[in-house]
Design a protein around this ligand. Sequence first.
Ligand code: CTP
Ligand code: CA
Length: 225
Amino acid sequence: PSETVDNGPLAGRRVVITAGPTREPIDPVRYISNHSSGKMGYAIAEAARAAGATVTLVSGPVSLAAPSGVEVVPVQTAEDMLRASSAEVDKGADIFIATAAVADYRPSATADQKMKKSSETLSLELVRNPDTLATIAARSDAPFTVGFAAETNDVAAYATDKMKRKKLAMIVANDVSAPGIGFNSDQNAVTVFWSGGQRAIGPAPKSEVARELVALIAERMPAQP
Ligand code: CTP
Ligand code: CA
């Protein structure tokens, strides 16, 4: 647990962070999801709080405790995540950080009752989910918006392309093909890109990567009016 700095670099700022996986229901007992632990998002929430910010975590289902002094808004699906994040940004936000591993697709229909097996094969129709990060970044009152990009190859090219396409202030690229890094690990190594610059952070514990990332965001964001 870190101490909160009332005159820290993010004092007076409101930060909204998405974290964890989403769950897309197939029927009352089954869902599509992924292995995101939420650790990176929770570590960033703790670091932003320690830097003096007011922090809200819009979080998919994870087995992590809320960092002290951080408000957690629990969500399940990608659609919930968009709705909850938009409502939080409506209240006014200076910084939006999307660390969540959002399911890109959801089943086109959810069965009301538990599905029974019958045929030898089963196809599920999936439909695209809304993109929370791109939606927030496209607002006329968009906060300083930071995305994550987990890639296995051509990391810099894919990440900078995502930054431009989604109109982000900054993107944090993660090479998830590196062993012991990323998803369920306590360690991370990232390269942060912005228009006209980049910085490598780690390999280091996620708490340290989070602190350095928060310091970089504070450095790069527009000054308080
Ligand atoms: N993201 C989001 N909502 C989605 C999909 C992604 O908010 N429906 C956010 C993630 O939280 C992350 C960033 O967008 O900050 C990039 O996610 P990623 O899965 O790497 O990119 P996609 O745009 O989904 O592209 P693809 O999976 O095809 O690489
Ligand atoms: Ca995706």
